[in-house]
Design a protein around this ligand. Sequence first.
Ligand code: 13P
Length: 364
Amino acid sequence: MKKDELLKNIEKYWTNRAEGYSQVNLEELAGEKWPGWLSGIEEHMPKVERKGIRILDIGTGPGFFSIILSRAGYQVTAIDYTEEMLKKAKAGHYAVGQFNINNLEWTKAILLTAQELNSPVILGVSEGAGKYMTGYKTVVGMVNGMMEELNITVPVALHLDHGSYEGCLKCVEAGFSSIMFDGSHYPIEENVAKTKELVKIVAEHGMSLEAEVGSIGGEEDGVVGMGECADPKECKMIADLGIDFLAAGIGNIHGKYPANWKGLSFETLDAIQKLTGEMPLVLHGGTGIPADMIKKAISLGVAKINVNTECQLAFADATRKYIEAGKDLEGKGFDPRKLLAPGCEAIKETVREKINLFGSAGKA
Ligand code: 13P
């Protein structure tokens, strides 16, 4: 279906809505046998008008417009655009938290907390977590559905964390908002070549791209980095390839920080920001970084901070306490909805604390 025809069809559908299009009509309209999802359609229209073909499909699930547009070859992101979110954050001197998700409980806890604090939020998905949740399409479906059912109205982005080249392509297809290509383990020339290809692909799909320079220490999903500081000139070179935001190693580490950790290198961060200008910078390894360092990093251009381990530790700790107190043996305390509740509350508390520290509360 051509773009003009498609837009005419959308208009036709909209004007005929009152008379009630049947499911069959909708299928005809989409040019395919496809069940029409009508829920939330009124929500779509203003967004279609505002954004043209780049729909912000916030909180409405896999709606009808999304389906016909994607069938017609347009990228329909399920969620808000990460780039817009981060540009706003950088200009407003706060950072948006990327909280990694592992399952329904994690996603629900993070979305509800962001809504409660009226904060934009990024849901991070590592390749391992994506696989655990049975694949990226499941993740997109779950997040879309949950946003609709929970009435989440704050901007939410769904972002691939530390993606391989192949993983990035899969997330483009699945309808993520943005992807991170982690080419930090490649020689710089190869990192540049692959990043360039992804810049092009991502631009075609109206998505945004994060790239990494200088590997970030610690261990994440089997990827082990040594925690080096990035070379600001390499950062500038990667930034100039057309990426949207940049993760640079500044002595940060995934997971818990060791007692002898030297802290973040603000000298490196400052040099990177001076060379990369407006580009939002990303701080990985948000777990356990002291509040004053977080604030300083934000003042030097960090607009996205990734947190994963801290939610996991909080969840595990609260769940252990529940079991050690024998609560699972009382009444129906073994019911997973009860068993997992203290852990979910602990995730919420962690996310709340971070959102307040990052300064994104009230910025939705
Ligand atoms: P932490 O697990 O240390 O919070 O790091 C998260 C992260 O950087 C994800 O990319």
